[in-house]
Design a protein around this ligand. Structure first.
Ligand code: ADP
Ligand code: ZN
Length: 794
């Protein structure tokens, strides 16, 4: 097969006693020297599945980079890059083009001796043929070669389809006017005639449903026409369009503000140069970044390049997708995980075939098979959701930058609160810095103030959930007919359950965390491993009857606010409601149309949404986030407050933000209240420098985990020893092993080592050497989890 095989194509290979699907990642005539392998041990490939590689050369190179950089298995990265769940069932289909069928008609079967001619006839006979079937008839190499040659000549189309029941093409009944029917001469009823005329007006074919609607006739009329052989039925695939039922906004055209125009000018200049560069677009909330994104995409398209936009949350894709669809129509493809398997396959196929030149999506969209990539936009580039939690641990923002470098494309990182790393890069000249310092229409930024809950406590004599100030502000906002958002960084009804008799809280049996009470289902749930059970009536530790709930979750906030303000229409938005996509989208739409007065939710509410009538944002508690044992906790809190403040006062009326805290003097809060990014940056960057954290060092975390504590400890100690041995030039600092802040998770013990170095190369080399030597000594590979550039060190 060597002369037809291409990198990126799938193959069936023997693996032990099984047959598995693999990807060709490179072709060699010979074994590498010193590979330790023997020519005779190499097995034959059983089958070549793809005539046209499923993975494009760009994506192959990109996934290789990801695997190397993040020390992740290449196979896992490839899997993340392809439509999930169905990759193995994708097959390649051959069909004739107009040119192909013409050529086939002129062929005489008895003269068809070449492989190409035979394949033409075969495809014509079948209508559509899988490459597999063609290979059975002609031989693997012959079929692939003939198919490729015919495709090059424009006689054959090679497309992807899936055999998976999950993503079967959706079929619909279509009606076609028979070519020879001259219905003017026939005696027909009025309705029959109307049906035929409607068909004729639509070039002779229409989906049955459509025909019934347009001609306003019944199905029996159509059946009669079929009996008269005036029409015929056939089945044709329909595209599953994730946005088919969505109401699209009207395309907006604004006169650009001065700073928008300036930003766009610089971006356009780079796009025209068609060389790699990265911009950091630092625009306060409501400064019109979206408009800049859309104009930049238009420019890229005009220059014959495609564009990609990454967004941090699934919740944000509907908002942007509709906007992009309104602007660019069918050229937009959508990639995110709450699409059905079929929708995802269809969108991926449209991109691969070049039917869609714009991709919008969450993290994994960075691997979309777009060709001629010219522009990559990463909105809210600071978001931690760009980092994949599970293996392969990659950061989509950083991967996007590398992809753009390889494709000679322009990157646009947008944020109101850039990550420390990106701002640092802009300062150092690695990125071009663009700024949109003002809100559109010179609307003032919301005024934010801190409410000292220690005073509230002293006044009221007990811990209060809501301060008087916040309650009054909610009331006043409602009186003015305006809307409010109340935010809490914690989901569930209540944080945890305490027993008054023994003082114990109810812990997850698998993890070092307390279980969270969810009132709607009356269960307690672990937010890490999803362990759940019925809420107890008595304490499981001492059987005491006096258990009570500590801390508030969004569910409880919603209930308390409902009691306090009975005439407010309130809805809750958090990860529990978003798992039900429709409910969640409906709440957002209702709120934006004014059918709701208040949204209560977690930090997902802080992002991206544009509700002009919101004038009050209350943050019930920020302290939980500030107290996390993580070097990014201040940065995260600053971002959260700034983002959430950006939700207030986007319309004509000014906004107000109230933040309740027990730490009113914290620098992250003070700077956030003044919307002072620079001030915060200066303070935070000093802390990072003094304590050797990114961006001053490259950071890696090695997490050793396992259900057996002594074995886990032994592996961690061995790893430390081997790292020390390999760290000859002392180019890296090694910290640990120490119990991870979450010392037990899903029944496994977790021990952490942290590595820091000013040289990223040295850091990678040390990991390879240290981990390699540890595995050589018999410690299990599965027990060591490597994270490069971890976004948290929890
Ligand atoms: P950001 O993404 O920076 O928070 P948006 O892009 O959502 O801000 O813009 C805020 C609002 O301003 C939107 O309603 C948008 O339609 C509007 N807008 C953007 N650019 C202009 C402009 N040049 N003139 C008038 N309105 C604009
Ligand atoms: Zn758990």
């Amino acid at each position: 097969m060597s002369d037809v095989a291409q990198a990126g194509a799938r193959v069936v290979v023997p693996f032990g006693r099984k047959l598995l699907t693999g990807y060709i990642v490179g072709l060699r005539c010979q074994l590498k020297e010193n590979s330790g392998l023997n020519e005779t041990e190499i097995k034959e490939v059983v089958e070549l599945i793809d005539a046209v590689p499923l993975v494009t050369p760009d994506i192959l190179a990109l996934t290789h980079w990801v695997a190397e950089y993040y020390a992740a298995p290449w196979g896992e990265v490839l899997k993340a890059a392809l439509p999930p769940g169905i990759t193995e069932s994708i097959e390649q289909l051959l069909s004739l083009t107009g040119k192909g069928s013409e050529a086939a008609t002129q062929l005489r079967p008895e003269r068809a001796v070449t492989n190409k001619a035979q394949l033409l006839l075969l495809v014509r006979a079948q209508g559509q043929l899988s490459l597999r079937a063609a290979a059975r008839a002609l031989g693997q190499t012959q079929a692939v070669n003939a198919a490729r040659a015919l495709a090059r000549e424009g006689a054959l189309l090679i497309t992807q389809a899936t055999r998976s029941a999950l993503a079967k093409e959706k079929m619909q009944r279509v009606v076609r006017l028979q070519a020879n029917s001259d219905f003017d001469r026939l005696t027909l009823t009025e309705t029959q005639r109307r049906a035929l005329q409607t068909l004729e007006a639509s070039a002779g074919t229409l989906p049955l449903k459509e025909l019934l609607r347009l001609a306003d006739v019944s199905e029996s009329t159509i059946k009669t026409l079929q009996k008269k052989t005036l029409i015929e039925f056939f089945d044709a695939p329909v595209r599953r369009d994730p946005l088919s039922s969505a109401a699209l906004p009207l395309p907006e055209t604004h006169l650009l503000t001065g700073s928008q125009a300036l930003a766009l000018e610089e971006i356009t200049a780079q796009l025209q140069r068609a060389a790699y560069s990265t911009f950091l677009l630092h625009g306060v909330t409501g400064s019109g970044k979206t408009e800049v994104y859309i104009r930049a995409m238009q420019t890229a398209l005009e220059l014959g390049r495609s564009a990609m936009m990454l967004v941090p949350e699934i919740a944000l894709t509907p908002v942007f997708s509709r906007r992009l669809r309104a602007e660019f129509g069918d050229q937009v493809a959508i990639f995110h995980s709450s699409l059905s398997t079929g929708e995802r396959f269809d969108e991926w196929t449209r991109v691969k075939n070049g039917q869609a030149q714009i991709v919008i999506g969450t993290r994994s969209a960075v691997f979309a098979p777009v060709s001629k990539l010219g522009l990559v936009i990463v909105d809210e580039e600071h978001e931690s959701t760009y980092r994949q939690q599970d293996s392969p641990h990659y950061n989509a923002r950083d991967t996007a930058i590398v992809r753009a470098q390889k494709a000679e494309a322009v990157v646009l990182l947008g944020s109101a609160t850039p990550s420390l790393e990106s701002f640092h890069n802009a300062r150092g000249g690695k990125y071009h810095y663009l700024s949109l310092p003002e809100r559109i229409g010179k609307r003032p930024l919301a005024s934010a103030s801190i409410i000292d809950m220690r005073e509230a406590f002293a006044r009221q004599g007990k811990p209060a959930v809501f301060s008087e100030e916040l309650l009054q502000a909610i009331e006043a906002t409602h009186q003015r007919g305006e809307q409010s958002i109340i935010l809490l960084n914690r989901r569930g009804y209540s944080s945890f359950i305490l027993c008054r008799s023994c003082g114990e809280s109810i812990q997850c049996p698998n993890c070092d965390v307390t279980l969270t009470y969810h009132q709607s289902e009356r269960v307690i749930v672990c937010h890490y491993c999803n362990h759940r059970r019925a809420a107890p009536k008595e304490c499981p530790n001492c059987a005491g009857k006096y258990i009570y709930y500590v801390g508030e979750g969004t569910e409880q906030l919603e209930e308390m606010l409902g009691q306090q303000f009975p005439d407010l229409r309130i809805a809750r938005i958090d990860r529990d409601t978003t798992s039900r996509r429709r409910v969640f989208e409906k709440s957002l739409v209702d709120f934006s149309e004014g059918a709701l007065d208040m949204l209560v939710g977690t930090q997902m509410l802080a992002k991206g949404h544009d509700f002009p009538n919101v004038t009050l944002v209350g943050v019930v508690s920020v302290d939980a986030g500030l107290a996390l044992p993580d070097f990014r906790s201040a940065e995260r809190t600053f971002q959260l407050i700034t983002q959430v403040a950006g939700r207030a006062g986007r319309g004509e009326r000014p906004g107000q933000v109230l933040i309740q805290t027990y730490h009113p003097e914290h620098y992250a809060l003070l700077h956030a209240c003044q919307q002072d990014y620079q001030g915060f940056y200066e303070e935070e960057i000093r802390y990072r420098q003094n304590h050797s954290y990114p961006p001053f060092v490259a950071l890696a975390s090695l997490l050793v985990h396992g259900s057996d504590l002594p074995k886990t400890r032994a592996t961690a100690l061995a790893l430390r020893q081997q790292l020390d041995a390999a760290n000859e030039a002392r180019a890296c600092r090694i910290l640990g092993p120490a119990p991870a802040p979450l010392a037990r998770l899903k029944g496994e013990h977790r021990i952490q080592l942290l590595l820091k170095s000013r040289s990223r190369r040295r850091l990678r080399q040390l990991i390879d050497a240290g981990v390699g030597r540890t595995l050589d000594r018999g410690h299990p590979a599965r027990s060591i989890n490597i994270e490069i550039d971890p976004i948290t060190i929890m």
